[in-house]
Design a protein around this ligand. Structure first.
Ligand SMILES: Cc1cc2nc3c(=O)[nH]c(=O)nc-3n(C[C@H](O)[C@H](O)[C@H](O)COP(=O)(O)OP(=O)(O)OC[C@H]3O[C@@H](n4cnc5c(N)ncnc54)[C@H](O)[C@@H]3O)c2cc1C
Length: 451
């Protein structure tokens, strides 16, 4: 098995040569900091609006989480309950509709630009794997329109993918999958002339109507800046209390088309269970299973840069979860494993907005769900950076995470409680009152640990 920092998708997409770093003084209408999907979609939308843009990327664009995620290109329909709670019915519905447009727009963009990112609109399934998790499906079904989220009974669910763990499910037909690295590198290639790589922004200064972004090799003067640095937002003082950083890890099987046939999983659907620390899984073009787990540890400061190495213990644990989900994979090889940071916002919803008194706009907090929503964030950020008011998706009263070390210590306790609670629930055993109380504690602070 290959444990890699960057994962299988970037390997499959093929090698790239880094763009030249920033050297000397430059100017543009907007400087975009960070070259993952959020930064690149923003740059794309800005160019479409006729604005000049420079993208500064610390490493190589698309080599962070954007090039190594699960490739679930999701709408926000399964987040409808949290959106309703946060924004009210009208805005929640508008956001979900906009997220559907974004998924469709990503597919249309790939087609128009000749980017073969394996865009497949086969829908998303959420499967309950314990009686205690059925309520998550019911919660979504109670508020989402029926043409956007459909209920599946056990037989209908298992006709699409047969796992002995599955009880019943929901289907979100608008959702798609992509080969994430091909999408990120396709965007990078089409914006190549405005990108500087190996150009970490070390300082961002602002005066009325102007920002200056500094790297080791130069400076960019611009009318506005867009911060699209994902988990590294935790290092930015005015925003650091608006997110915590955890990690997610993925294992990839050898090609197993025979198993996919046997379990009838040939339709290309992406799937998660309904746990808090979800398992997420999908297939590839050559018949492999990508199987990820969002149960990663909370990251301490040193891991904020994005390189979360895979440790063998996590891989073994995910391998066991994979076999429990699909026993027919017993004895089949896992060929690759990798992981990356997750920027968790307390509401589990992306945070998009503008810093007080500065032309600096930001988006972060995708909470492991940024592939589709980053396109929508790019649209909003491009509007903000060119001076258009935008209210879509902006959380005017964001929830904050407690200061360190309380956040880390509390988060670690809560994580353990959730893991224990879900293990007991799936085993059909009662959950003790202490575990239940610790798992419920964040809600009292307005913090969502689940969607
Ligand atoms: C293992 C894993 C699986 C996931 N699976 C899914 C999934 O299936 N579906 C889904 O929707 N989401 C998934 N996600 C989340 C998804 O990958 C992210 O939400 C999305 O990629 C965020 O894009 P971004 O552009 O905001 O961040 P990133 O891709 O992290 O890009 C940020 C960029 O900023 C750069 N940067 C940081 N600091 C600086 C600086 N000072 N100067 C310049 N550049 C800087 C970084 O190098 C990086 O390239 C997953 C994440 C992981 C880790």
């Amino acid at each position: 098995m290959r444990h890699t920092a960057h994962g299988y998708w970037l390997e499959e997409a093929g090698p790239v040569t880094a763009a030249p770093p920033l050297a000397g003084e430059r100017s543009a209408d907007v400087v975009v900091i960070g070259g993952g999907y959020t930064g690149l979609w923003t740059a794309w939308q800005l160019r479409e609006r006729g604005a000049s843009v420079i993208v500064l990327e610390a490493d190589v664009c698309g080599h962070g989480p954007s090039g190594r995620n699960g490739g679930f290109c999701e709408t926000l329909w399964s987040n409808m309950p949290s959106l309703l709670e946060r924004f009210g019915h009208e805005r929640a519905l508008a956001l979900c509709e906009a997220s559907t447009e974004s998924v469709a727009a990503i597919g249309a963009w790939c087609e128009a630009q000749g980017v073969d990112a394996w865009f497949t609109r086969a829908g998303f399934l959420m499967a309950s794997t314990a009686p205690a998790h059925d309520g998550v499906l019911d919660w979504i079904l109670a508020v989402a329109p029926r043409d956007r989220v459909k209920a599946l009974d056990g037989a209908a669910l298992r006709a699409r993918c047969d796992s002995p763990r599955f009880r019943r499910g929901i289907l979100v037909p608008d959702d798609a999958t992509v080969q994430p690295a091909r999408l990120a590198l396709g965007l990078r290639e089409r914006l190549r002339d405005v990108i500087h790589e190996r150009s970490r922004v070390l300082g961002l200064h602002h005066a009325p109507g102007e920002v200056v972004a500094e790297t080791a090799g130069g400076r960019v003067r611009a009318g506005a800046a867009v911060l699209a640095v994902n988990a590294a937002t935790r290092g930015i003082r005015p925003l650091r209390h608006r997110l915590s950083v955890t990690s997610s890890h993925i294992v990839l099987t050898e090609p197993v088309p025979d198993v996919l046939d046997a379990i009838r999983w040939t339709g290309g659907e992406s799937i998660t269970d309904a746990r808090t620390f979800i398992h997420y899984f999908r297939t590839t073009r050559d018949g492999r299973i990508v199987f990820g787990w969002g149960g990663g540890r909370l990251a301490a400061g040193a891991r904020l840069g994005g390189r979360i190495e895979v440790d063998a213990g996590v891989v073994d644990e995910i391998g066991r979860h994979l076999i429990a989900m699909f026993p027919a994979l017993e004895g089949r090889a896992i060929t690759h494993a990798w992981g990356g940071p997750i920027d968790v916002s307390p509401s589990h919803l992306p945070q998009i907005g503008t810093l007080d008194g500065a032309p600096v706009h930001y988006a972060f907090g995708f909470t492991g769900n940024g592939v589709g929503p980053s396109h929508l964030a790019g649209r909003i950020l491009a509007a903000l950076a060119t001076g258009e008011p935008s209210d879509v998706g902006i959380d005017h009263e964001p929830v904050r995470v407690p200061p360190e070390p309380i956040a880390w210590a509390g988060g670690t306790l809560v994580r353990r409680a959730f893991l224990r609670k879900e293990r007991l629930e799936e085993a059909g055993r009662p959950v003790d009152p202490l575990t239940r109380a610790v798992a419920a504690a964040p809600r009292a602070l307005g913090i969502h640990v689940a969607r």
